[in-house]
Design a protein around this ligand. Structure first.
Ligand SMILES: Cc1cc2nc3c(=O)[nH]c(=O)nc-3n(C[C@H](O)[C@H](O)[C@H](O)COP(=O)(O)OP(=O)(O)OC[C@H]3O[C@@H](n4cnc5c(N)ncnc54)[C@H](O)[C@@H]3O)c2cc1C
Length: 407
């Protein structure tokens, strides 16, 4: 297993539970240390994909969200998962929205119908707030209480949640480290994979300044943005051109939890999000400031280099300012009430060639079903954190079948 993000860690745990011996390679000191750690943790129900006319992206997100908690509950107590969940999200429509309000509402109606159809009993195990209607438009007075009506044209409460990824990382790491069938090899940068006789593979990696290699009957490439690079080195051409974006988030840690700041996503276009976790951490992201680079070549990304090249103070200041223009409570609580601040993020892999402000961009669709490979070499595109646990079970199923094992 190459890469110990949400996909690699959950696939390793699933295969190990099925009795396979799994070797999990990770270049950092811990599992869950890159995109799966520093993303905002929204468990998408498809509301944000109003620019995808096929609706298949929303359906796919619901498919992942339905399975998200259930799969993780195989290794983490449900109680731990539920205390990490946020309040539900508002979707607020910016005056420069790419999709007009009637079309957004038509999309929300479809999301509502799909949720009712795909999640008939909204039990606790499902990643949504069952006490909320699927979506509801706020009155003008409600909107003005939370947002600036000069910038925000309409606002909707939804039942969509996020999970605190920093809190989730710990129990996943513990499950991986304690599983008797998993050999976790950290500080190990995978360099290439080569075919060996009998359908086996040799994984070449660098660890402690030394080049090493080990042989395996099957390989799962779960390296996320470095996945296409490794595939190419192995001799597996990419199925489609890819577009990698480097995106940051600003974290303000507040005590007590700022109940006056809602969790919200600004629709629809290159705008932003605010997430308030139960720990008091507030995550803010403003796309024009926080999207700090792209990589269209599919070459290897070193996240530390990306982070080292940005002015973190400026990003923090400009993001807080931009988000305060939308939700004044952010400025009121702001930096003054935060005990600690940090800026971090990760890379986002998606098929396509243009950015989110292009309505035709493939970023508005996550339809790629995510698996390709050769023999028992399987390369998996997680697509979203929301889909990580469900994709892990599929990856384990695929590999088990390819290896000729019974599930
Ligand atoms: C800022 C941001 C916000 C996001 N918000 C959301 C959201 O709210 N909801 C959502 O559903 N999705 C979100 N995403 C997308 C989500 O983070 C990813 O889809 C998901 O985390 C990918 O999981 P993964 O396991 O494939 O990747 P990762 O977590 O990146 O795991 C890949 C692992 O491979 C390791 N690795 C890489 N190269 C090598 C190598 N050569 N050798 C050894 N190890 C290597 C990395 O260190 C890493 O641990 C967001 C992404 C970002 C960056």
């Amino acid at each position: 297993m190459l890469g110990a993000g949400i996909l690699g860690s959950c696939t390793a745990l699933e295969l190990a539970d099925r009795g396979e011996r799994v070797c999990l390679f990770e270049r950092n000191a811990d599992p869950i240390s890159e995109a799966s750690l520093y993303n905002e943790g929204k468990i998408h129900l498809g509301f944000v994909y109003a620019a995808d006319p096929t609706f298949r992206t929303a359906e796919r997100m619901i498919w992942g969200a339905v399975r998200f908690m259930d799969v993780l509950a195989r290794w983490i107590p449900s109680r731990t998962l539920s205390v990490l969940s946020t309040r539900p999200f508002d979707y607020v429509v910016h005056r420069e929205t790419m999709v007009p309000i009637p079309d957004i509402e038509a999309h929300f109606r479809r999301v509502g119908m799909a949720i009712d159809q795909l999640i008939p009993s909204k039990t606790e195990a499902v990643a949504l707030d069952p006490s909320r209607p699927t979506w509801r438009r706020l009155s003008g007075a409600e909107l003005a209480q939370r947002y600036d009506p000069g910038v925000i044209l309409a606002a909707y409460e939804t039942c969509e949640l996020a999970i605190d990824t920093l809190g989730l990382a710990e129990p996943i790491r513990a499950a991986v480290r304690s599983h008797p069938n998993i050999d976790l090899i950290t500080h190990a940068r995978v360099v290439t994979v080569k075919d060996r006789s009998g359908g086996c593979f040799e994984v070449h990696f660098e660890s402690e300044g030394r080049s090493q290699a080990e042989s395996f009957a099957g390989v799962v490439n779960a390296l996320w943005t470095n996945r296409p690079h490794l595939d190419r080195k192995y001799g597996l051409p990419p199925e489609k051109p890819c577009y990698i974006r480097h995106k940051l988030g600003v974290n303000l840690n507040m005590d007590p939890v700022p109940s006056e700041i809602p969790c919200f996503t600004v629709s629809l276009g290159p705008f932003g999000d605010a997430v308030v976790y139960p720990s008091g951490r507030v995550y803010l992201s403003w796309y024009p400031v926080c999207m700090v680079g792209t990589n269209r070549t599919g070459g290897e990304t070193d996240w530390d280099v990306v982070l080292g090249q940005v002015d973190q103070e400026q990003i923090q200041r400009e993001t807080v300012e931009a988000m305060t223009r939308i939700c004044p409570a952010i400025g009121t609580c702001g930096l003054g009430r935060s005990t600690r601040t940090s800026v971090n993020g990760g890379s986002i892999f998606a098929p396509g060639q243009s950015d989110i402000d292009d309505r035709q961009s493939e970023l508005h669709e996550r339809l790629d079903y995510g698996f390709h490979g050769r023999g028992t070499f399987l390369s998996v595109d997680t697509s979203k954190f929301t889909l990580g646990p469900a994709m892990a079970i599929k990856a384990a199923d695929h590999l088990t079948a390819l290896l000729g094992r019974r599930t």
